[in-house]
Ligand binder design. Structure first.
Ligand code: ATP
Ligand code: MG
Length: 333
């Protein structure tokens, strides 16, 4: 069988301020149809640069050499129009930052429908209804109502689900997911990765999962590829790479995983002076859900009667699952 993605001797170089920065140095990578491969490595190791090269989204002024074949087609020989067509139809991309990737002026359902309309000639009506199905499959709660909302009305986890729906809209052969859950809390992270697993398994989609989380990599991928300073330093099954890492870099990466146990043992120093700096008293924030023809249909309490005090110099943690109101509380104060 042909790999769905075949990368050979890939290098990516950016314009630095005074000298060029080589972010990727001679990367080789094969992904077979339906295979899930995790690309791991510390910040700045070149994971996103590799992903962007594959989806053809490197910024202007950057330089790429080497070969990228998708479904047997050499990407560098393609015209811009063919490249656009392949992106979305053959490769789906879930970007690292959901807030930068959605159009703030368009309803999220329409943004998913648009992907369908670009690549499949379907009616607006059919695309809209299929978009709601896709949002539901991606695990967005209340998809018919949420589809009519704008990105800023959704939580980060919900926006990430919208991007997964958009990336999978045209049943691509390969999905590149760049840290699809790194901005999210652990519970919703697992749910979103479950949705991604389910969708890609149903469609037989191969996945390149970029993550700096070795736990996620071991849990989700059949093969783990480790990058350091632009190079692949190690690859293999999660068992071999994580149980007996050959490379010192991988060993350090594994040692750096914080666990709840070590965090609790370490604790935090008490602040020297616990005078209250901020007193939040009975905070409430309501959002409106869209209704038909602009009429108000329902209100939703994102923050409901929240009180707390933060002392001077104190570190205060707000934890909770996705959509529980953490970010809204932070914005309120
Ligand atoms: P992270 O885990 O933080 O997302 P990463 O492994 O995805 O990191 P890249 O974003 O690929 O890392 O960055 C690799 C190197 O390329 C870094 O040194 C970074 O500063 C540099 N780089 C990335 N994008 C650009 C750009 N547009 N212009 C200049 N340098 C860049
Ligand atoms: Mg990155």
């Amino acid at each position: 069988r042909e790999p769905v993605l075949r990368v050979r001797d890939l290098t990516v170089t950016y314009h630095g301020i005074d000298s060029p920065i080589t972010a990727v140095r001679g990367v080789d990578l094969d992904i077979m149809p339906g295979e899930v491969v995790a690309l791991v490595g510390e910040s700045g190791s070149g994971k996103s640069s590799t992903a962007h090269a594959v989806v053809g989204l490197l910024p202007p002024g950057s330089r790429m050499t080497g070969s990228i074949r998708v479904d047997g087609v050499e990407m560098s020989t393609l015209s811009q129009a063919r490249l656009c067509d392949i992106r979305g139809r053959v490769i789906g991309f879930v970007p690292q930052d959901p807030s930068l990737s959605l159009d703030p002026t368009k309803r999220v359902g329409d943004q998913v429908a648009e992907v369908l309309r670009i690549h499949d000639a379907t009616s607006q009506r059919a695309a809209r209804s299929r978009a709601v199905d896709l949002l539901e499959a991606a695990g967005l709660p209340d998809p018919a109502v949420r589809a009519k909302q704008y990105p800023h009305e959704l939580s980060g986890g919900m926006r990430q689900r919208v991007l997964i729906a958009a990336a999978l809209a045209c049943r691509p052969a390969l999905v590149i997911a760049d840290e699809p859950t790194s901005a999210l809390d652990v519970t919703v992270q697992a749910q979103i990765l479950d949705s991604l697993d389910q969708l890609t398994r149903d469609m037989g989609t191969a996945v390149l999962l970029v993550t700096h989380d070795l736990g996620v990599a071991a849990d989700r991928a059949r093969r783990v590829v480790v990058m350091s300073t632009g190079r692949i330093v190690e690859h293999g099954t999660p068992q071999t790479v994580l149980r007996s890492p050959a490379h010192s870099y991988t060993q350090r990466l594994i040692a750096s995983i914080p666990t709840l146990g070590t965090a609790m043992a370490r604790g935090r120093p008490e602040p020297r002076e616990a005078t209250p700096l901020l007193v939040a008293h009975r905070l409430v924030k309501e959002y409106r859900h869209p209704g038909r023809s602009g009429r108000r249909r329902s209100r939703f309490r994102a923050v409901d009667d929240v009180s707390f005090t933060i002392g001077k110099g104190e570190t205060f943690a707000i934890v909770g699952e996705s959509g529980s109101g953490k970010s809204t509380t932070a914005r309120l104060i």
